[in-house]
Design a protein around this ligand. Sequence first.
Ligand code: PXG
Length: 460
Amino acid sequence: MNLPAHLNRRTEDYQASDAAHHIHAFVDQKALNAEGPRVMVRGEGLYLWDSEGKRYLDGMSGLWCTQLGYGRKDLTAAAATQMDQLAYYNLFFHTTHPAVVELSELLFSLLPAHYSHVIYTNSGSEANEVLIRTVRRYWQVVGQPQKKIMIGRWNGYHGSTLAASALGGMKFMHEMGGLIPDVAHIDEPYWYAQGGDLTPAEFGRRCALQLEEKILELGAENVAGFIAEPFQGAGGMIFPPESYWPEIQRICRQYDVLLCADEVIGGFGRTGEWFAHQHFGFEPDTLSIAKGLTSGYVPMGGLVLSKRIADALVERGGVFAHGLTYSGHPVAAAVALANLKALRDEGIVRQVKDDTGPYLQKILHEVFGNHPMIGEIQGTGLLAALQFAEDKSTRKRFANENDLAWQCRTFGFEEGVIIRSTLGRMIMAPALVATRAELDELVDKTRIAVDRTARIAGKL
Ligand code: PXG
């Protein structure tokens, strides 16, 4: 492969330097150093190449973010042009700039009409940090400063910074570095694992009613907002039962608790709608966005606010004591603008909704509907999870489901496909530009990985 000289070192060289300098995400560093990380050197469309020249079909859009796939020249051109024109300026000092203004015009043309304002960040974690302060500020401004508590969900994921991980419900993250005050959690709506004898509809309602109970326990006058992913991403690509979101929305409205949707994974076409809350049919007050906003080409996130919140902050709020050096960064904004234009003008989101999304769901059901290893297939658009089950009739999960899923993911890498494992679920979320042929390849290779896993589990 023809690579620039600085990418032409031996794999072992990169691994040795990597081991010397990096603390990687969510991994035992010592074990990783012994194994040596894979070195990715190139991407084009849905494909990645490692330093050994092996090609992978990326079934995870990087980390759920490369909506347009790799190697888009319009995005690189947008970045280069903007760097030449105005590489950096900011939204401090009573200043704005064209790239960020144009991005926001386009963003709000894609959003439902009741959203009006955005605070840009560099990441999803930051968006959720900003969320806490903004929501609390909103309640101060409207004369209810005691409304401070945020309610999240166990096994939710909202980022890795201190407050974002506190909003999330990953206990092992809370144990590393602590929680913050005024955050509470309710259970996740994971029917397959936790639904017992209840129907999905009953279970969905029961999970939603936990929010009401928690609000009453804490006092509605103290609760600022409820944050949740429309579907859980990092927690296992878990869809709530259909009864869940309408009930959550009713409760939030009844007790005047802001409904905060974390759209970091669900946003920008993943479900076939522009935003996942539209797929699930509810109306949040805030949206946390990142990832697909720029197709991951440069870091950018944001917190989108409804008119109700923005009007209060603008008309009655006075000084908003918050600002990030890179908020609305011109290069990120230019890339995001080019990215959103492509998603809209090339009909990519529509194609996910009308063609490739239904196609992926159809072939998954054809291939895995009767598979001895798979108890449930969840998904919509270009998003799916396969639930491993030891006994499909009773929804009994494997005691070692985590190991099996990890094994399946490793088989996937061997077969040249990247899928993600979480406990007993295999997840896929390919780039939104995936063709039917690429989806066929994704499912074929996943089938091989699942079959190999099923043999280990004694199911084939
Ligand atoms: N909210 C949600 C819903 C996310 O999925 C974040 C916030 C944080 O975004 P940043 O940009 O700060 O990472 C995320 C991130 C996984 C995985 O393995 C998921 C994420 C990140 C890394 C891995 O599923 N989501």
